[in-house]
Design a protein around this ligand. Structure first.
Ligand SMILES: [Zn+2]
Ligand SMILES: [Zn+2]
Length: 148
């Protein structure tokens, strides 16, 4: 295990203790799988990974654990209006470029997007907790076949 995820795991364990969240081996394994992952996996994709290590775990448990981790702010739920839900372990402020064909989500940073002003008609009736710019489009891989 490399250093980054070791320290990530350490702080995960400490925060679980602080929140009074039980540290089950499955929760730790799940967090370890998600730590540093950039693919914004669905519960099913996380399940396919963790089941290699815990053959008796159910998709239900994975679903519940992911929702608990999201509820406590360890991971994010990716914006989207359809199923399946996708999860984002990267809690640093970042933006998404989302391919509408293959579903790939590319993370990116942009200071100007971070500083985007919220329109008054929104702030009047809505308190903003979190801001993310989502670009919908077609990724390079999906775009190439159309050109050939
Ligand atoms: Zn694509
Ligand atoms: Zn992301």
């Amino acid at each position: 295990m490399h250093n980054k995820s070791e320290s990530g795991l350490q702080s995960f364990i400490e925060r679980c203790r602080r929140y009074g969240l039980k540290l089950t081996p499955q929760r730790i394994a799940l967090y370890t799988i998600l730590d540093g992952v950039k693919t914004h996996p669905t519960a099913k994709e996380v399940y396919d990974e963790i089941v290699k290590e815990y053959p008796h775990i159910s998709i239900d448990t994975v679903n519940r654990t992911l929702n608990t981790l999201a509820e406590y702010g360890f991971i994010d739920v990716v914006e989207g209006y359809g199923e399946p839900k996708r999860f984002d372990p990267d809690r640093e402020s970042h933006h998404h470029a989302h391919c509408i064909i293959c579903g790939t989500i590319i993370d990116f940073q942009n200071n100007r997007y971070d500083e985007l002003e919220i329109p008054k008609e929104i702030t009047r009736k809505f308190s903003v907790l979190h801001k993310r710019v989502v670009l919908n489009g077609i990724c390079g891989d999906c775009d190439n076949p159309r050109k050939s």
